[in-house]
Design a protein around this ligand. Structure first.
Ligand SMILES: [Zn+2]
Length: 315
């Protein structure tokens, strides 16, 4: 951890709201740890790791600056090498930290579809979101600090190299982690990690559990299949749900996310049939009964507009 970039980040972390969420690591089960992301300081995605007999498997890599904070947290729980990092999907906040883990000796794992998305949409996002962040007219001081850090530290975008079609299982007799593709939904390649012994499911962004709705804006999101994927996951033998963002929950989180999403899809589709505009639907559709997903009017409006665009472009 070099102090040059951490100085501005710590300065930001001192903002009053930055302590709104607990950033501490929690143990979910023996050898299974959870680090909760924090939007306020721009490390929004959750991270989970599983300590096998000889190595560590990490689930989701965060942004590079998030990965830098997560690494020492992992080191505090084990001295075993971080051999694998699984990307639930290619989005920036879950995969752009891959390079930090590759430097630390890890191999990046994902579904074949997620890796393809990483090489296409991920490359573009990398240039826009990370490299050029500070050059945007609306750049905040934080964005400028990130851009400066990216240039001086030379973060690299690393794509997944260990790929699976539908399923890949890690099992050393002590732990079993099944990586299973259930997308398309939030993206094309969405995959989850299922730990049958612990009855624990790590969902990526198919399910979130926070008051900021869900990002429905990927151009390849498939809202109908996303709802079906959540129905499928809710039938698995699961006690603990680790969402892509927000608090650890139970299968109630899967059902709540499903209801929020299905409500938007049904109402937007009906609105499209009736010839309504996205603007009027943003005014009409009330998602406040879906808690915590529907708590933010701004996030709801973004989701409604994204699903509107998505469904109007579908045959
Ligand atoms: Zn995402």
């Amino acid at each position: 951890m070099k102090p040059i970039f951490l100085a501005p980040l710590f300065a930001l972390a001192a903002l009053p709201l930055a302590f709104g969420q607990d950033q501490k690591v929690t143990q979910l089960a023996p050898g299974v740890y959870f680090w909760q992301g924090d939007t306020v300081i721009r490390r929004p995605a959750n991270c989970t790791w599983v300590i096998f007999k000889d190595y560590v498997l990490v689930i989701d890599a965060n942004f590079p600056w998030g990965a830098r904070e997560i690494l020492p947290e992992i080191r505090r729980t084990t001295t075993k090498p971080i051999r694998f990092v699984f990307n639930t999907h290619y989005h920036a906040d879950h995969a752009f930290g891959n390079g930090i883990f590759v430097e630390a000796g890890a191999t990046i794992v994902s579904s074949r579809e997620s890796a393809a998305e990483s090489r296409s949409k991920g490359e573009t996002d990398w240039r826009n979101q990370v490299f050029n962040r500070g050059q945007r007219p609306e750049a905040t001081d934080y964005d400028k600090a990130v851009a400066a850090e990216t240039r001086t530290k030379g973060y690299q975008l690393e794509h997944p190299t260990l790929l699976f079609e539908d399923r890949l299982v890690f099992d050393d007799g002590e732990h079993r982690v099944e990586l299973i593709r259930v997308g398309p939904g939030h993206t094309i390649g969405d995959s989850v990690a299922y730990l049958p012994k612990e009855r624990l499911l790590v969902t990526g962004d198919l399910c979130v559990n926070w008051p900021s709705g869900n990002n429905t804006g990927d151009r390849d999101a498939d809202p109908d299949h996303w709802v079906k994927a959540l129905d499928l996951l809710a039938q698995w033998d699961v006690k603990t749900v680790v969402p892509g963002h927000g608090r650890v929950g139970t299968t109630d989180a899967l059902r709540g996310q499903r209801e929020y999403l299905a409500d938007i899809v049904v109402q937007v589709r009906a609105g499209l049939k009736a010839g309504k505009t996205a603007d009027s639907l943003v005014q009409e559709i009330d998602l406040s009964k879906h808690q915590p997903w529907g708590a933010s009017r701004a996030s709801n409006a973004t989701s409604i507009r994204a699903i509107y665009r998505n469904l109007s472009e579908r045959p």
